[in-house]
Ligand binder design. Structure first.
Ligand code: FEO
Ligand code: CA
Ligand code: CA
Length: 676
């Protein structure tokens, strides 16, 4: 399908769904060569199994690990999560397991400063939005301001905007040449992106409330927040623009998906689908950006990143998002941004030592010797899993800690057939990362991280989403799905072709040390309905019909070291019939691979967050884009949502209010630790 076909496809309900379908076009140039070798290795290993086990069509299609499912079945135990599982389904409401409260804490438009105007959805302005909670809350982090942990700063990413349900009378703009997007609407969109830092407090009643007058409260946006650049690409020739001839400062951050909190309490925002915000007036006959007038190497770099994506019209009113006018501006996005939530006057920092790609998230932990380790996936079909290891160690010195994100080594993962994972360093001058191959310095290696990783022979994965380290050398990788992997292109770490439901990989770093250069990996679960053989799912058989899920996306580890996984099926939730939700996934013992449903979203929403407070008595989850994705599959509604006619008006259920993305706070009725 062409770009134009996808945008106009009547089965695709909104821009976000179209965006994802368009992204199916793989940009990884290595694909065919890497895969040939991997497939050869895989088939020779499978031949060894043939004598001992009957290879059915299903196992042939879905890989050798499916063969061990029956053995696990016999030895199943009970998961450690103590709650009564929720029933699966999909409706206009959110639901939480019995015995828990799930209250709305913050919604799109809620004032977060004393001066902020009350939300007026029919008369929204950019000035108001800059002082109100942003749209499409994704990552949620928390850092305590008192010892009891009852007062603290909530740090929330606002990933993107859905104009068709945000603005009255507008509808889908990508189909309409963005004709309705006035400069003011574009500025509102920009002001609704980015992040929020807001003080919250737990009252003696056990309820959390927002402190609107909190002195730390702030919005961070691509419209007006200045940030500095650190690391190897700071001041690089390819980071310089007309507005910033030094290549040292950027206005804003965008498409902040997941993130992380550092051990020293700062907030990391991952820049994910940054390519979608760049514009060109040069189009080919198919409506696709025409890069033929660019120098060949520049066109190749932009193509590898999907720049310009043209999913927002910002470039029509802000020159920096038009690559015809500012060809280097895209190089200034796709990074990890650090925000000090306790210092509202401090500029956020873009840390270029962590590489430039579609960072899904950036969860931190420490190596055995105290060095900082950050795991981050590149969420694109056939892209890679990365980790970063600092040179220095985490200490009490806050200023020195921030430098850990500027001085260290970025690695990319190769998943070998024998269950070994090797972390390959991206260091200029080593191996193929030389001027001959277009890398003149470490700045080039970081700006073109994807191209460098291609040369190192990293393993192309099924869309790496959140990568959650546990601190004991274990890491859980959410591989969400990959409809474009052909049957002859599967490998041991990505074992299913045309995977609609994704899988989770567990890494055990050597010696339990997150700083180790290699480790082992195994598949924890293969997602989808275990009762349908063709799906090739792998769960512990203790998992009920409520507990299995598709498309793992975000993850958290609770205070007891247990894994929680949230899902984002996008417009494909009709394939499971289930709304997105939060699941408790056992990783240990005989119950390993068991999953239980704890929370589910209203229709069309994806589940983000999740984040547990240190005492494990509070869980924050974020419901992103309620009422939008896949609403044609909601029985009784069966059409695309608009501002005037949405599939749900969650969470207000006010006939004058569209659905609003919101952060939900979950606590146990009567208090106590969650799921214990
Ligand atoms: Fe923004 Fe990869 O999810
Ligand atoms: Ca995500
Ligand atoms: Ca996470």
């Amino acid at each position: 399908m062409t770009r134009r076909d996808i945008i106009n496809d009547p089965s695709i309900g909104n821009k976000a769904e179209a965006y994802e379908a368009f992204d199916d076009i793989p940009t990884n140039p290595n694909l065919s060569s890497t895969i040939g070798e991997v497939v050869a290795a895989r088939y020779s290993r499978r031949d060894m199994f043939k004598g001992a086990l009957a290879v059915t069509t299903t196992t042939a299609l879905f890989g050798t690990s499916a063969m061990i499912a029956p053995k696990q079945a016999a030895a199943a135990g009970t998961s450690r999560y103590n709650f009564t599982e929720l029933e699966w389904g999909n409706d206009t409401m959110h639901h939480v397991a019995e015995g828990y409260d799930a209250e709305i804490l913050l919604r799109w438009g809620d004032p977060i400063t004393a001066e902020a105007p009350e939300f007026d959805v029919m008369n929204q302005t950019a000035a108001a939005q800059l002082q109100q909670f942003g749209y499409n809350n994704d990552y949620v982090g928390f850092t305590a301001l008192n010892e009891a942990g009852t007062r603290g700063l909530l740090c929330v990413n606002h990933e993107y905007t859905n104009e068709e349900v945000m603005f009255p009378g507008l509808g889908r703009q990508d189909r309409d040449g963005f004709r309705g997007m006035t400069p003011e609407l574009i500025d509102i969109e920009m002001a609704a992106h980015g992040g929020t830092v807001v003080e919250i407090e737990k009252e003696t009643t056990g309820e959390w409330r927002v402190e609107r007058n909190g002195k730390y409260n702030r919005r961070i946006t691509p419209l007006n927040t200045q940030m500095t650049i650190s690391g190897p690409a700071a001041g690089h020739a390819r980071m310089k623009t007309n507005a910033d001839p030094e290549g040292m400062t950027v206005i804003g951050t965008l498409n902040n998906c997941a993130g992380g909190m550092t051990p020293w309490g700062t907030y990391l925002m991952a820049e994910e689908n940054f390519h979608g915000y760049f514009w060109t007036s040069k189009l080919d006959g198919d409506g696709k950006p025409d890069l033929s007038t660019l120098p060949a190497d520049e066109a190749k770099r932009h193509n590898r990143y999907g720049v310009p994506g043209m999913w927002y019209a910002w470039g029509t009113t802000h020159d920096r998002f038009d690559i015809d006018k500012e060809p280097n501006e895209p190089n200034r996005y796709g990074w990890i941004v650090e925000v000090d939530p306790r210092n509202p006057d401090a500029m956020p920092v873009k840390h270029t030592a962590l590489g430039r790609f579609r960072h899904e998230g950036c969860e931190t932990t420490q190596a055995a010797d105290g060095r900082l380790v950050v795991y981050s996936g590149d969420d694109n079909r056939f892209d890679y899993q990365y980790k970063y290891v600092s040179n220095g160690t985490v200490s009490e010195d806050m200023a020195a800690n921030s430098k850990l994100l500027s001085d260290g080594t970025l690695f990319v993962a190769r998943f070998d057939e024998d269950g070994t994972i090797v972390w390959l360093p991206l260091v200029h001058g080593t191996g193929p990362l030389t001027a001959e191959n277009g890398f003149n310095d470490q700045g080039d290696v970081m700006i073109d991280t994807r191209l460098a990783a291609d040369l190192l022979g990293a393993t192309p994965m099924d869309r790496p989403e959140d990568a959650q380290p546990r601190g004991d050398g274990s890491v859980y990788l959410m591989l969400t799905n990959n409809s474009k992997r052909k049957p002859d292109a599967v490998d041991a770490a990505n074992p299913r072709p045309e995977s609609s439901f994704g899988h989770i990989i567990e890494i055990k770093e050597d010696g339990g040390d997150h700083g180790a250069p290699k480790g082992t990996w195994s598949i924890l679960v293969k997602c989808g309905d275990p009762s349908v053989a063709e799906v090739g799912a792998l769960w512990n058989p203790e998992t009920s019909q409520n507990g299995w899920f598709g498309s793992p996306d975000n993850a958290a580890i609770d205070a007891d070291g247990r894994l929680w996984v949230s899902t984002d099926q996008g417009g494909n939730w009709g394939k499971t019939g289930k709304s997105d939700g939060l699941y408790a996934v056992e990783t240990e013992g005989e119950a390993r691979g068991t999953s239980k449903l704890f929370f589910r979203c209203p229709v069309g929403g994806e589940m983000c967050g999740p984040y547990f407070t240190d005492d494990q008595e509070t869980l924050f989850v974020a419901v992103q884009h309620p009422g939008t994705d896949g609403t044609k599959d909601l029985v009784g509604f069966e059409r695309d949502s608009t501002f005037e006619d949405p599939a749900t008006r969650w969470p207000d259920f006010d006939p004058a209010m569209p659905p609003r993305p919101a952060v939900v706070v979950v606590t146990k009725q009567g208090g106590g630790k969650i799921a214990v």
